[in-house]
Design a protein around this ligand. Structure first.
Ligand code: ZN
Length: 108
């Protein structure tokens, strides 16, 4: 797994702004801006299996489970891009997992 940089691109800035707006109304974090920014940041790949080809559905994944925690739910730094398969098999019991935007996983 490669390290991804959570750089402040225009798409990332738009995603953060959209998260702020939906957080204010306890809305859905699954905004077009967030999807576009995550796809850009993770180069269109699932951050867990790194697949890109043949994946029919990507989902917004929370690195740290957000249940009951609005800060984690809408925190841009907690949002990752995962294929539906990986998102569905990752469980709370798997935490903590390495944050590939903070550490160079290949050097671990
Ligand atoms: Zn995957």
């Amino acid at each position: 797994m490669i390290k991804f940089n959570r750089t402040k691109t225009e798409k990332a800035k738009a995603a953060v702004a959209s998260l702020k707006a939906v957080k204010a109304v306890n809305g859905n974090y699954n905004t077009p801006e967030v999807n576009a920014a995550l796809a850009e940041m993770f180069c269109g790949k699932c951050y867990i299996c790194e697949n890109k080809e043949g994946i029919t559905s990507f989902q917004i994944e929370h690195l740290k489970a957000h249940k009951g925690d609005a800060e984690l739910k809408y925190d841009w730094n907690n949002l990752f891009w995962a294929c539906a398969h990986c998102n569905n098999i990752k469980r709370v019991e798997d935490e903590p997992i390495l944050d590939c935007t903070q550490v160079d996983v290949e050097k671990k």
